[in-house]
Design a protein around this ligand. Structure first.
Ligand code: 13P
Length: 239
């Protein structure tokens, strides 16, 4: 398993359902990882093997995995298969998977456990909807998501948490800088066992706001969607 403690910050590109061979070849040619930060590119699974690199800070990551280990489950991709092609990180429980593919805290927990058992770091995504924020129940929502999604076996060395307020994803809106810091601090204090976890922020991160967000004491990196599709922009974010 990758040693997360070796990196001061972790930046993850989530390409979602975007990209093709030409795009990827150009992207990897132009991507400029640096020595202090960990950079992970979560491409669609068919392209996971496209990253040929010998940079020890740059990794290819998956966007999802199966709850199953092997067998008659057509269309699925197991954690063991991801390990087999040397994948070190995998997103789990992204809000789009929770919303469109019936992902639940329970399935997130099982998938994360499968990943850890295969030496792959799950990036467990949590976040509140706008309605929940307006009802002022963000902390209750996050507490339930964390307590139910994070397996008992998880610790700060084998698991990452990504806080992505759903209303900030793809909207250009972000919480205030103070709110981000407060929520991240809250997450780390939900239980003593989460104290040392690295918590990434996601939701409308771009080159113009990433440095300020990432400078927060309780922010350990960023999960970037739309802005990660433009390699020049992503280079600025990770620099
Ligand atoms: P945007 O950066 O496009 O808001 O998406 C965030 C996200 O969903 C990353 O997982």
């Amino acid at each position: 398993m990758i040693k997360l403690a070796n990196f001061s910050s972790i930046f993850i590109a989530n390409w979602k359902l975007n990209g093709n061979t030409e795009f990827i070849n150009e992207y990897y040619q132009k991507l400029l990882p640096n020595s202090k930060n960990c950079v992970v590119v979560c491409s669609p699974s068919i392209f996971l093997n496209k990253l040929k690199n010998n940079n020890k800070n740059l990794f290819s990551g998956a966007q999802d995995t199966s709850i199953y280990i092997e067998g008659a489950f057509t269309g699925e991709l197991s954690a063991k298969m991801l390990l087999d092609i040397n994948i070190k990180f995998c997103l789990v429980g992204h809000s789009e998977r929770r919303e469109y593919f019936n992902e639940t805290n329970e399935t997130v927990n099982i998938k994360s456990l499968n990943l850890i058992n295969n030496n792959i770091i799950p990036v467990i995504c949590i976040g509140e909807t706008l309605e929940q924020k307006e009802k002022k129940i963000t902390k209750d929502v996050l507490t339930k998501q964390i307590c139910e999604s994070v397996p008992d076996l998880s610790n700060f060395e084998n698991t990452l948490i990504a806080y992505e307020p759903i209303w900030a994803i793809g909207t250009g809106l972000t919480p205030s800088i103070q709110d981000i810091d407060e929520v991240h601090s809250f997450i780390k204090d939900i239980d003593i066992r989460f104290n040392k976890f690295k918590v990434l922020y996601g939701g409308s991160v771009k080159a113009s706001n990433s440095a300020e967000i990432n400078s927060l004491k309780n922010v350990d990196g960023c999960l970037v969607g739309g802005a990660s599709l433009k390699v020049e922009e992503f280079n600025k974010i990770i620099s």
